[in-house]
Design a protein around this ligand. Structure first.
Ligand code: NAD
Ligand code: IPM
Ligand code: MN
Length: 354
């Protein structure tokens, strides 16, 4: 029986994971697969209460005793250092070596995009998840003096770069995508950029049928607004992937719509919506639960329950078409009402396919 750790976290993370859990329970019942769901109390409240972010034993248990993790979001104005988010979220990515951050941004209906005439649009981002500027390597000296110096290193290894590029090409080949685009800043990041470009070209040479191109990240940001339909699979570093995925999410319906999977093939998987804890709307019942619910669809695909994944995606589209969605995408429904509507559409889909 698959065992899933649920980490609601902070702010709207709590609200959207509550709804994603209902969807998960519904499809688990419909598929006749008893998922065991275990709620974890990790987040700002615990940190402020007990001074603990996450323990080594908890990392071990997440990895050893669970088949997947669903996380809402971490980030709280009461913790300006963001220490708990770094320890828990980056901790899981690094310690469990979840080196692929897969972020599919799929436009389900043309008017959902702020851009004109871009349908269909499917941008699948492979964000390197264990290196780059995120390793915490660096330091500060002469702090709080006029001579303060801060250094934050950008780490790239052949091993790390090659495995994420390979993951992107393998995905493109297995899903019939024709183009993989490398996004970097090789005109300035001389050493790191050169390593990425040589590795990209080496791996690309093994995939003769897939078109490749290379874009500087500044031009990519521009082109994602100008002609996003030109792109399919994007592969990029940790920091550029973070930035580009918010942009890609926004042009495909908004941050509330995008799911992600942090993966090390063959090991644990951490699913999380791309958005954060949104303190500006937390506690108001306005958060769009679709990013989190689509994480459940990704999770079903991951476990091989493809019909469940398809039913969830179709139900999201039906709810959207009927206006049964939150205000960020033009509806008047609350977070809970949106999830209830989606579950009803899933129920109809199962009944029709029975
Ligand atoms: P954010 O993603 O939380 O919010 C950005 C904007 O998008 C806000 O206006 C918010 O209201 C809106 N938004 C986000 N998700 C939404 C949803 N589901 N429905 C409707 N509107 C939504 O980004 P931020 O404001 O830069 O960050 C807030 C906190 O979240 C920070 O502490 C940040 O570090 C953290 N964060 C955490 C994660 C994560 O845990 N995976 C991801 C991003 C940001
Ligand atoms: C994300 C978030 C995280 C990141 C933060 C909260 C550490 O923005 O998952 O996109 O930068 O990776
Ligand atoms: Mn981000």
């Amino acid at each position: 029986m698959p065992r899933i750790a649920l980490i609601p976290g902070d702010g709207i993370g709590v609200e959207v994971v509550r709804e994603a859990r209902r969807v998960l329970e519904f499809v688990s019942e419909a598929e006749g697969v008893p998922f065991e769901l275990v709620e974890w109390d990790l987040g700002a409240d615990r940190f402020l209460r007990d001074g603990i972010t996450i323990t080594e034993d908890e990392f071990v248990s997440l990895d050893r005793d669970h088949d997947a993790v669903l996380l809402g979001a971490l980030g709280d104005p009461r913790v300006p250092s963001n220490q708990h988010a770094k320890d828990i979220l980056l901790g899981m990515r690094f310690k469990l070596d979840l080196y692929v951050n897969f972020r599919p941004c799929v436009l389900i209906s043309p008017e959902l995009s702020p851009l004109a005439a871009v349908s269909p649009l499917r941008l699948e981002i492979f964000r390197e998840n264990t290196e780059g500027e995120y390793t915490g390597m660096g330091g500060v000296t002469r702090k709080n003096t006029p001579d303060e110096v801060a250094i934050q290193e950008n780490l790239a290894t052949r091993h790390g770069v090659e495995r994420i590029i390979r993951a992107a090409f393998q995905f493109a080949e297995s899903r019939g995508r024709d183009r993989v685009t490398l996004v970097d800043k090789a005109n300035v990041m001389r050493y790191v950029g050169d390593l990425w470009r040589r590795t990209f070209s080496d791996v690309a040479s093994e995939y003769a049928d897939i078109e490749v191109d290379e874009m500087y990240v500044d031009a990519m940001a521009m082109d994602l607004v100008r002609r996003p339909e030109r792109y399919q699979v994007l592969v990029t570093s940790n920091l550029f992937g973070d930035i580009i995925s918010d942009l890609a999410a926004e042009i495909t319906g908004g941050l509330g719509m995008a799911p992600s999977a942090n993966v090390h093939p063959g090991r644990n998987v951490l699913f999380e919506p791309v958005h954060g804890s949104a303190p500006d709307i937390a506690g108001q019942g306005k958060a769009n639960p679709i990013g989190a619910i689509r994480c459940v669809a990704l999770m079903m695909d991951h476990f091989g329950y493809y019909a469940a994944g398809d039913h969830i995606e179709a139900a999201v589209l039906s709810a959207y078409k009927m206006g049964q969605v939150t205000p960020d995408i033009g509806g008047k429904f609350s977070t809970t009402e949106t999830a209830t509507a989606i579950i009803e559409h899933i129920r109809v889909a199962y009944a029709a396919s029975a």
